[in-house]
Structure formats: structure tokens, C-alpha cells
Design a protein around this ligand. Structure first.
Ligand SMILES: Cc1cc2nc3c(=O)[nH]c(=O)nc-3n(C[C@H](O)[C@H](O)[C@H](O)COP(=O)(O)O)c2cc1C
Length: 316
């Protein structure tokens, strides 16, 4: 099925790997790009501009195909110094595609466009998508309430959100939240999306560097096993309901935990330790509701091939 995203990004299939903290490594992004989709490198893996440049170059050495870089920012906060460093690095390295998320992209778009970079903005709402279009981005990624990670504060599901954004903007829309196979991919193409982004499905792949315990967790999870935390700080996040997240859900339902109390559970440092050691009990494990529909650990290529061939049959 044709898509404007293939021409825009120079890719074979309009399937995008979400920029997942700690997991979207050069090797992983390259595996996705080599399979004909758009791999994404996560800037948060780097602690300095030099390290980040090194990661971009390593990815480029592993694939001849285009890849993206995700730069996630925090809402309602000015960009930290490292964010500005990352932005200048992607411009200097002439990265193919940059995905921004978490805050208004307006101040950052002109420099990226001047460097010839295609810019995606990821957002969970019609109003933010319109703002991103006005800022000059090339495409928007829109994630519904089912998604792993940050679904925004409005609780609007993919089935309603995607066609609403498609009707509201003229730039291509990439749908996310709940997509994990040919059926869900075909569904969002029917809703008007030009392609899809997936996070949870890509965690359950052979190439993902996460500890095997987490892949097993996805296989065992049902559609009821994820929940939302961080509403109290207006940064809602969908995670697997392990004991740590259940505790935080309880704290938020029965009071207003301090930022320190929240960070003690969801900090990136703690998450990284869990991913490495296989500790599934503590820390935040972003996971979408579609975990309940994932029953096998496949290679990245097998995931992409099933979507492409299956969706072609369904859409015919
Ligand atoms: C383990 C994991 C980590 C994620 N980390 C990030 C991140 O650092 N930045 C970001 O913009 N999105 C992040 N996401 C969200 C994904 O990029 C994508 O938008 C989302 O997973 C799509 O929903 P799905 O999980 O239903 O496929 C993460 C998702 C998962 C599952």
C-alpha cells in the first residue's frame, strides 16, 4: 500500500519504531531500518554530545537506509543544555529524520529544517498536532490512550484520535497506540494514517536489548495489565502494573505524592537497572495495552513482514 511517508523519508515500508528510552540503540534502530522500516535512535542513551555523535555514526555504519533520532523533552520546562547539544548534533550530522516529543516543537523546527532534516512531532492530541503543523513539521505521530509510554492527559483512544487528527491537519499522520500486527496496522491505515509507530511490539523482538524477563512479561500480559501513573504531575504514563506501579497508582488515587516520591519509583536510572538485571517488580516499565495481543518473540524483520503482507491481503 502506497504511503506519502515512503517518499518523505526514503523508506520502503511506512512503519516506524518508537524511540524507546534505553532500548532504541544503534543496533536496534539499524535492524529496523535494514528491514525496510524506519528505525529510531533514542538520544537519552547519551550523556554528552560527543557520545551522541558517536551513536549516530555507529548507526550509520550499520545501515545504509534512513533512520530517525528521537529527542524527548519534558513538558513545561525549557530545553536543558543537553537537548540543545543533541539538536545541534543532529543538524551537524545531517540525520535523516528527527522526532521531537514532550513539548512545543516551534522553537526547534527552523534550525532542523535548515539542515535539511525531516521533522516529526509526536503528540497525543488534535490541538498539539495543529500547533506542530503550524510550526512547520513534516509529519505528526499521534498516540492514542492505549499506547505504552505517554498517552497525554485526555484519555482519547486511537480509534477516535487518529481520524480526528487526519481531518484536522494536511501533513501525513503516523498512528501509534495499540498497533502490533497486520490487523491493527490495516485498521489505522483505514482511519487515514499514512503509517504506524510501534513500541510495545518492538520490545518483544529477538533484537531488543531488554532483559528476557521483560519479553516474557509481555507474552504473559493481558490487555488489563497496564495502568496510568503520573497524572498528578500532568505527565501521564502507561506502564506494566508491577508492585511499584500499583503502589504509585494507589498513592496518586489517595493523595498527592511529591515529585521526589514519584521519581523514586519512575526514575530513568531505576528503570535502566531493572532492564539490565531483569527485575520486573520495581521501576516503571512502559507497556501498551496491545501487550495482551502479543504472543511470540519474533525478529524485527518477521514483525515487519507479517504487517506488510498481512495488511496487503486485508486491505485488498
Ligand atoms: C519500553 C518503552 C519505552 C518508551 N520510551 C519512549 C521514549 O523514551 N520517548 C518517546 O517519545 N516514546 C517512548 N515510548 C513510546 C513509543 O515510542 C511509542 O510512541 C508507543 O510505544 C506506541 O504505543 P504502543 O506501545 O502501543 O506501540 C516508549 C514505549 C515503550 C513501550
Amino acid at each position: 500500500m502506497e504511503s506519502k511517508l515512503c517518499d518523505l523519508f526514503g523508506i520502503k515500508y511506512p512503519i516506524i519504531q518508537g524511540g524507546m528510552q534505553w532500548l532504541a540503540t544503534p543496533e536496534f534502530a539499524a535492524a529496523v531500518s535494514n528491514a525496510g522500516a524506519l528505525g529510531t535512535l533514542n538520544s537519552s542513551l547519551s550523556k554528552s554530545k560527543e557520545e551522541f555523535v558517536e551513536m549516530i555514526r555507529r548507526t550509520r555504519s550499520l545501515t545504509k537506509n534512513p533512520f530517525a533520532v528521537n529527542i524527548s523533552m519534558l513538558p513545561n520546562q525549557p530545553a536543558g543544555e543537553l537537548t540543545l547539544d543533541f539538536l545541534s548534533a543532529v543538524a551537524e550530522e545531517k540525520v535523516d529524520v528527527v522526532e521531537l516529543s514532550g513539548t512545543d516543537p516551534t522553537p526547534f523546527v527552523p534550525a532542523l529544517k535548515n539542515a535539511g532534516i525531516k521533522v516529526i512531532h509526536k503528540s497525543p492530541a488534535v490541538r498539539f498536532a495543529k500547533k506542530a503543523e503550524a510550526a512547520g513539521v513534516d509529519a505528526v505521530t499521534i498516540v492514542g490512550f492505549e499506547c505504552g509510554g505517554h498517552p497525554g492527559m485526555d484519555d482519547v483512544t486511537t480509534l477516535v484520535l487518529i481520524p480526528s487528527v487526519v481531518d484536522a491537519v494536511s501533513i501525513p499522520v503516523i498512528a501509534g497506540g495499540g498497533i502490533c500486527d497486520s490487523r491493527s496496522y490495516a485498521a489505522v491505515r483505514c482511519l487515514g494514517a499514512e503509517g504506524a509507530v510501534m513500541g510495545t511490539r518492538f520490545v518483544a523482538t529477538k533484537e531488543c536489548v531488554i532483559h528476557p524477563n521483560f519479553k516474557e512479561l509481555i507474552l504473559k500480559a493481558t490487555e488489563r495489565d497496564t495502568g496510568i501513573v503520573q497524572r498528578s504531575i500532568k505527565n501521564a504514563a502507561r506502564n506494566y502494573k508491577n508492585p511499584a506501579i500499583l503502589k504509585l497508582m494507589d498513592m496518586e488515587a489517595n493523595g498527592k505524592p511529591t515529585l521526589e516520591e514519584i521519581l523514586a519509583i519512575v526514575s530513568g536510572k531505576r528503570q535502566k537497572e531493572c532492564y539490565e538485571t531483569g527485575n520486573i517488580e520495581s521501576g516503571a516499565i512502559p507497556m501498551g495495552e496491545c501487550a495482551g495481543r502479543i504472543h511470540d518473540i519474533l525478529t524485527v524483520k518477521e514483525v515487519i513482514d507479517e504487517i506488510v503482507t498481512g495488511a496487503a491481503k486485508l486491505l485488498k
